[in-house]
Design a protein around this ligand. Sequence first.
Ligand code: ZN
Length: 671
Amino acid sequence: MTRAPALPRAAAALLLLLGSLAVRAAHVDLDITLDPIDRTLAGTATLRFDANERRSFALSSEAVVEHARAGGREVPLDGKARDGRRVYAIPAALNDRVVTIAYRLKLAPLDDARDHRRVLAALPAMTDAKGSFLPAGSGWYPEPEADFSYAVSISVPASQRAIVPGKLASETESGGAYRARFEFPHPAEGIDLMAGPYGVRERIVRIGDRDLRLRTYFAPELGNELSDDYLAAVERYLRLYSGSIGAYPFDGFSVVSSPLPTGFGMPTLTYLGAQVIRLPFIRDTSLGHEVLHSWWGNCVYPEYSRGNWAEGLTTFMADYAYKEQAAGSAAREMRHGWLRDYAALPNGEEKPLAAFTSRTHSASAAVGYGKAAMMFYMVREKIGAAAFDRAIRAFYRDHRFKRASWADLEAAFSKASRQSLAALFDPWLSRTGAPRIAVTHAAAEPAASGWRLTLALTQDTPAYRLDVPVAVRTATGEEVLRVPLSKARDAVTLALKEQPVSLAVDPEFQLWRQLAPGEAPPILRAAIAAQDPVIVVADERADFRRAADALGKVLLERPARIAEALPTDAPVAILMGSPAGIAEAHTQYQLGPVPEEMKGASTAQAWTVRRGSQTVLVIAAKDAAALAALAGALPHLGGQSWVAFEGPRPVARGVWKAEAVRVPVMLPGGN
Ligand SMILES: [Zn+2]
């Protein structure tokens, strides 16, 4: 993900009126010293405002302003409190557009007990010898209210290294201090600063006609071998996307380790949790996603007030593309996963894609990542890969360092394919929900040559305009047809060579749609995202009950109600206990036999089971410690139906088998 602003600013609304004009903005020049031991920051900020701009800036309420000067004179400052910061307006009478502010600030200690969900919320500026993160928007420097370019000189103790997004202009180490200067000449909404006891490794690579500086800023315990693997992987992604989209827009790229479980893509760098960096699959998945944000999100900016397309396009061109390269079945599984995640959402949670800005919980992720990625898939299906690629290159060329909206993407795809795509884009962006497609009639009769198949499909109203893939099984094989469906009910007659036997609607999951019950096996996400979850603990031990309560708080997005027995009216319930207690409860509540996959010797198991219309998440753990150990990984496994754990480590996982809905074809004489 990129570091999306929590709230689209007034500036974003103003830019909407300006269309995609490049905006010359303010400039910020910072010269700061950070001391992670004393937790202090002191510095001077020089703000240069554009003639037409509102001259104001926001700074932490905790900051002490030592002086503010313009044209050699003191500027009287009167700040108004807003969201933990003070917003200062420069008096209009002042002619000088350059203001210098000297300030100091005591920073908060590092809170590295934050879980992944809490790092998605707005973070305060935090510092510690083992790592500092001073996020944009936290008030660690005077931040103009409109976009700005910047240069930052940072000084930290010699044992530390510090970085902000931008081009490394210089670095020195002398007198017990490390100093570096970074320059960012493009419009930015804020500056994130990272520091830590990093070991820096570097590789200069030539891509196209430019030399790029690739670096890792890794915590010492991560080691050189891992650094080299990351540098090689970053180079591979930069070559891949420079070739397929257009030249990389910056001078370098760094992978920076974090003591927090972050996964942020910023211009010129990604800030990844040290624990995450160690995971072997990250180089093949998340790293590519974050590098691709250098194009989508950090060079072409989403017009947030009209919806963030950057996560969907990045998911489609990174995570999904890697599955396609691996195998067709892996790509199908990912599309199915997007639809399963969507099916697991509680009713009424969903917002239209045009209202998505950034991921805050399951409902926003299912739409902003899954639905958006599926939209790009459907667009490519419609216009073909060649036109899709042309559109992507043109979109990038025309919108570098500018804001762009879904409408700009639609225009690029329409132009490249020489057809209007409004009917495809409008409903998917503006509506919530998804079509539920059913076959109401399927009959065949022999024709002069081959067979004639009559087919009626239905969907809810208002109808979407769809080309529904229908796989027809014949005596000798399978034929896939595209059947148009633009009304609540549409009937078509199709010619087939062979006698049809049965058919299935969209068995490859190529449409954004509601899955039929048999296609949507229950997954952990149903419990994680539940609106009103109920927890039942089938164990009397006090420490086990405490562990169950604590796990519920980390795992679930909303507070759970505790009950003594499984209620029948709740759509989602969570049942926790020892393996013996769970086996008993399975019988008591008629949950069927404990699945074979869950009977191993592992320390804990979690699985979903349907009980009528209720989804039950069952968690069996041998003791309180085994239950508590699930808090780290289980919240990340929402897409699974079952997981077995050895301590904190998931050792086996899976999704219950989904059955495609097959409809038999009626033949003359009736069968
Ligand atoms: Zn992303």
